[in-house]
Design a binder for this molecule. Structure first.
Ligand code: DLZ
Length: 158
């Protein structure tokens, strides 16, 4: 780990992309920060064709992403927060969401920004939520990655 943080990505030409943000509902304060970060990124890159879909929990992110991927979106951003509890549930939800989102992205060829926070405690999640006191802004980061990849892939397709 170099500790240098997220790379500076080229997002030029993203403004005409059609983008869906799918967001879980658990951990409201952190989720509000992640969604605000995603919307800030979409504003910065001039994306106006955008949809926000709220699903119950992070486990539901992959199925929603799969249906959105069939609806001609150019990029999808998946946002969720899973906080470790005293049971193995955390591991199951994290693994299902991560594997499911990966599968949707690879199978569809549509970039899915990975904005799923998997944290040991609430403070770790708050630190990454893009809130005024946060150290990182993972909603913005995941959105930037998805848009940058969509622009790149569109270029390859000609
Ligand atoms: C059940 C559950 C638990 C315990 N924790 C979280 C969590 O920290 N973050 C999250 O997004 N969702 C959680 N869920 C809900 C599951 O993702 C899912 O919505 C339910 O198991 C119903 O399918």
């Amino acid at each position: 780990m170099s500790g240098e943080g997220a790379p500076k990505l080229d997002v030029q030409g993203a403004k005409d992309l059609k983008v869906a943000v799918v967001a879980a509902q658990w951990h409201t304060v952190v989720m509000d920060g992640l969604i605000a970060g995603a919307e800030r990124a979409l504003d910065e890159y001039g994306v106006t064709d955008r949809t926000l879909l709220r699903v119950p929990g992070s486990f539901e992110l992959p199925v929603a992403a799969k249906v959105l991927a069939a609806c001609e979106y150019d990029a999808i951003v998946a946002l969720g927060v899973v906080i470790r509890g005293g049971t193995p549930h955390f591991d199951f939800v994290c693994e299902a969401a991560t594997m499911g989102l990966t599968q949707v992205s690879v199978d569809s060829g549509i970039p899915v920004g990975f904005g799923l926070l998997t944290c040991d405690n609430e403070q770790q999640a708050l630190d990454r939520a893009g809130l005024p006191d946060s150290k990182e802004d993972k909603g913005h980061e995941a959105t930037t990655a998805a848009l940058s990849t969509a622009v790149l892939l569109r270029g390859l397709a000609g």
